[in-house]
Design a protein around this ligand. Structure first.
Ligand SMILES: [Zn+2]
Length: 329
């Protein structure tokens, strides 16, 4: 997702954002100074600082450093007077300072030589917008996950309803995303039929974790299987790069496991993927599947299965098809 193209796009947007913040600050200053001649006088003197320093440098001389320092002190004093004038007008002291969206990097996208979290997040989001999941991220969020579609009728022989179960899964997943850490968050396995909200919750988690500035890859199992197949036939740089990201993303969300065409290659590749992320890299993965426990046993070998059922926290999604329920309401 950190492609050059996305990075350049975001960088241009950041420069524009910073430029606009500065322009708006100048406009506020202009309007305030129009109403207050003293403010205007101080403003002119402050803005002349750079020119004065330049003039002094051209004159040179042994005491240049002292003269520049004196100008600095004078400007500082005038800035204080300027702020005092603003306060007299009933305005905040920082009224004419640029209002940046990110106080950390002042919308430059860079902090201490590194990409700021705000910019990282934008670059990742840009990648998602390009890949099509961007639309889903906007649509499927925690705040529009509707629990009322799940039945409140108690399950046979159980003291709880599908809605009770889903309410608890929903809250747990929201906390999981909120407190996400690539080092400590456990992997998750979502099991349940179609239309029970697995994709909605997965997307909501992806959105939240991306927002926090982590690198998230969201792929369907068939798409990953086809990458494995392509990779088998030799070196395609784009394919290898995509697979590398799938192996190394801070969070991998693998949707619809079990719908991929099965072959010896893909089965062992999936095992490798799950195993490498879990035991070598120690990175969390979220897998969702429509297969039942029994069907999983039939489709995957013991090694894969014991990883999935042993290392992943299993969440059983209950209820009847929510999408169908939505349509009939
Ligand atoms: Zn920032």
């Amino acid at each position: 997702m950190y492609s050059r193209e996305n990075f350049d796009k975001v960088k241009a947007r950041f420069s524009e954002k910073a430029r606009r913040a500065e322009e708006e600050a100048r406009e506020r200053a202009r309007r305030a100074e129009e109403k207050n001649p003293e403010l205007h006088r101080l403003g002119l003197l402050i803005r002349a600082t750079a020119v004065r320093v330049l003039e002094e440098s051209m004159k040179g001389g042994d005491d240049l450093a002292d003269r520049v320092k004196a100008i600095g002190r004078e400007t500082l004093r005038r800035q204080e007077e300027y702020a005092a004038e603003l306060r007299k007008m009933g305005l905040p002291a920082d009224y004419t300072k640029p209002r940046f969206e990110c106080a950390l990097c002042e919308d430059t996208g860079i902090v201490e030589g590194k990409m700021c979290t705000c910019m990282k997040r934008e670059v990742v989001l840009e990648g998602y917008r390009a890949s099509g999941i961007g639309k889903l991220l906007e649509k499927q969020r925690f705040d529009n996950f509707d629990l009322s579609y799940y039945s409140h009728v108690l399950l046979p022989d159980k003291p709880y309803s599908p809605r009770d179960v889903m309410t608890s899964i929903f809250q747990e997943m929201r906390d999981w995303a909120e407190n996400f850490s690539p080092e400590t968050s456990p992997s998750l396995l979502f099991i349940g039929g179609t239309g029970l909200g697995k994709t909605h919750l997965s997307t909501a988690i992806a959105g939240k974790v991306i927002e926090k500035g982590f690198d998230v890859v969201y792929e369907s199992a068939p798409a990953v299987a086809s990458l494995f197949e392509k990779d088998r036939f030799g070196k395609d740089e784009a394919v290898s790069e995509k697979l590398r990201r799938i192996f190394e993303a801070e969070l991998l969300i693998l949707d619809d496991l079990g719908t991929e065409p099965t072959s010896q290659t893909t089965s062992s590749a999936f095992y490798q993927l799950i195993n490498t992320r879990a035991s070598v890299m120690g990175l969390p993965t979220i897998i969702s599947t429509n297969l039942t426990h029994h069907q999983l046993e039939k489709q995957y070998d013991t090694a894969t299965l014991s990883r999935l059922l042993g290392d992943f926290k299993v969440k059983l999604f209950l209820g009847s098809d929510v999408r169908r329920a939505k349509l009939s309401m």
